[in-house]
Every structure is written in structure tokens, then in C-alpha cells.
Design a protein around this ligand. Structure first.
Ligand code: A3P
Length: 272
């Protein structure tokens, strides 16, 4: 039997668009695309393609607009989207809470220094005339005072952003993925994410293969398929060489914030 839905279209087997059960909220350049594409391999996960940017850029369009951005799913499936800017935007935890306080949150975190260089590499790709990394990272290159107003630096102060989310959501509702581990051992990180989402672990080692040309894991979309799929060329760019003294200065800068993050989350990400 087919029943007309409230919007006038026909629902089949309860297939309909649903607001996300879980959101990958960050961080930019953490490995968010890889995680979303891996999660999509699970038969009980339906994920958006593009980033909806609902809570930052399209909030005034309303929840019905947001729902329309989601793929159709069956009742036994989970809907997931990823928009990495959510993690660093102050007003968003409140907005997500107002949508549903049960929303599960996932964050992929990566060494903030490498993340900054990755972000800069992307910026330099898009704007070849951009100033050098050193010129941007410090208020003045002589004193080497870190410019915390530069978004590329600010994003990496993870603990500062995380506490905004913890005002609304308990830590157990926020799953943190190690971006480094997601490259080294994707199946392990995926097992933890599937557990967090309450799903039967289906995405395992048999899906992944390390591609030495790309330098990253690639994956099969079907477990018995011979076709191996890698992410696009804009994922896994080469990074510019940065002066070791600059790296050291940034490592020192992030150190106390990282320590606090390890303390609050009970996870040591091993960034030194
Ligand atoms: P780099 O391009 O600096 O290496 P995001 O999708 O959040 O923008 O993250 C991009 C980062 O994902 C890449 O940064 C890369 O390090 C990481 N990554 C993780 N797994 C990957 C994979 N299988 N293929 C390509 N990049 C991957």
C-alpha cells in the first residue's frame, strides 16, 4: 500500500527525508570527507553529498529546507551530514540543540599545526597570490606572536570550541575521531564510530586498501568489488615546506590547549 505523505508525494516502505540523526561538525581539513565517504559504505547510513551549511549560512530557511537537503532514508537507516564550519561557530550548539538535543555529534581532530598547514595549502591553491604562511601566522614576524585572529590558527584551538558544545551536549554524545588514525587505521576508527552510532559494525578492514601512489587509504564501495575508489585530488594535497622554527613556535602555542583537550576528553591524540 502507498500512502500520500504530508507533502503530497508517495512514501514507499516509509522512505522519506529525515533531519540528521548525526552530524560531522568538524574540523575543516581534519579528514571529514574521508569519514563521511567511509560511513556511506554502511547499508544503514544515508549521507548528504554537498555540505548543507544549514546552521551557519541557511538557518533562516528553516528546518523544512534542511530536511529537504537530506537523502531519502528508510526508518531503519540513519541520516548523516557533514559541515565542518559548525564546530567553530559559537551560536551553532544552541541551534542544533533546538533542533534535537539527541543529535549525535562527530568531530575529526588532527594535529592543529598540520591542520593549519593543510588549510593554508588549500587557500594557496585557490589564491596563488596569498601571503606566506609565516606572514599570516604571526602578528609580527620578528616577535613571533601568534595571530589568533587568523581563522587558520583559531580553528586549531579545539578545546575553546569544544567547551561551547559541552554547554549543550554531554561528552558522551560527542564522538572524537583521531584524524591521524583515520589515515593509519581507518577500519579501527570506523568500528568506534559505528559503535557510537549504535550500528552493527559492517565497515571493516576488507573495504580498505592503502594506495601508495595517493599515499592514503582508498576503498571499495562493495565488499567484494574489485573497483577501488580514492578521494579526489583536493584531498591529500602536498603541503608547503614550513620553516622548522615556525612549526616549533606553533607547537608551543597549541601545547596548553591540546593538554586541556586531552584532559577534558580523556583522549590523548599524541600531538607533540
Ligand atoms: P591534506 O589534503 O592536507 O592531506 P577534509 O575532508 O576535512 O577537508 O580533510 C582533508 C584531509 O583528509 C586531507 O588533508 C587528508 O590528510 C585527510 N584524509 C584522510 N583520509 C584520507 C583519504 N583516504 N584520502 C585523502 N585524504 C584523506
Amino acid at each position: 500500500l502507498k500512502y500520500p505523505s504530508s507533502s503530497g508525494s508517495f512514501k514507499k516502505d516509509n522512505v522519506t527525508r529525515r533531519l540528521p540523526h548525526a552530524i560531522i561538525i568538524g574540523v575543516k581539513k581534519g579528514g571529514t570527507r574521508a569519514l563521511l565517504e567511509y560511513l556511506r559504505l554502511h547499508p544503514q547510513i544515508k549521507a548528504t553529498g554537498p555540505e548543507p551549511h544549514f546552521f551557519d549560512d541557511n538557518y533562516e530557511k528553516g528546518l523544512e529546507w534542511y530536511r529537504q537537503q537530506m537523502p531519502s532514508s528508510r526508518r531503519d537507516q540513519l541520516t548523516i551530514e557533514k559541515t565542518p564550519s559548525y564546530f567553530v561557530t559559537k551560536e551553532i550548539p544552541d541551534k542544533v540543540y533546538k533542533m534535537s538535543k539527541r543529535t549525535k555529534l562527530i568531530v575529526v581532530l588532527r594535529d592543529p599545526v598540520t591542520r593549519a598547514i593543510s588549510d593554508y595549502a588549500q587557500l594557496a591553491d585557490r589564491r596563488p597570490d596569498v601571503k606566506s604562511f609565516d606572514d599570516m601566522a604571526f602578528i609580527d614576524n620578528r616577535t613571533k606572536i601568534v595571530d589568533t585572529s587568523w581563522a587558520i590558527i583559531k580553528i586549531g584551538i579545539y578545546i575553546k570550541h569544544l567547551v561551547n558544545w559541552l554547554e549543550y551536549f554531554p561528552l558522551k554524545q560527542i564522538h572524537i575521531v583521531s584524524g591521524e588514525n583515520l589515515i593509519k587505521d581507518p577500519a579501527h576508527e570506523l568500528r568506534l564510530v559505528q559503535e557510537f552510532l549504535g550500528l552493527e559494525p559492517m565497515i571493516d578492514n576488507s573495504y580498505f586498501t592503502f594506495n601508495s601512489t595517493k599515499g592514503f587509504p582508498c576503498f571499495r564501495k562493495q565488499v567484494n568489488s574489485s573497483h577501488i575508489h580514492c578521494l579526489n585530488r583536493d584531498k591529500g594535497r602536498s603541503h608547503p615546506a614550513i620553516n622548522p622554527s615556525v612549526i616549533k613556535r606553533l607547537r608551543d602555542f597549541y601545547k596548553p590547549f591540546n593538554s586541556r583537550l586531552y584532559q577534558i576528553t580523556g583522549q590523548n591524540f599524541g600531538w607533540t
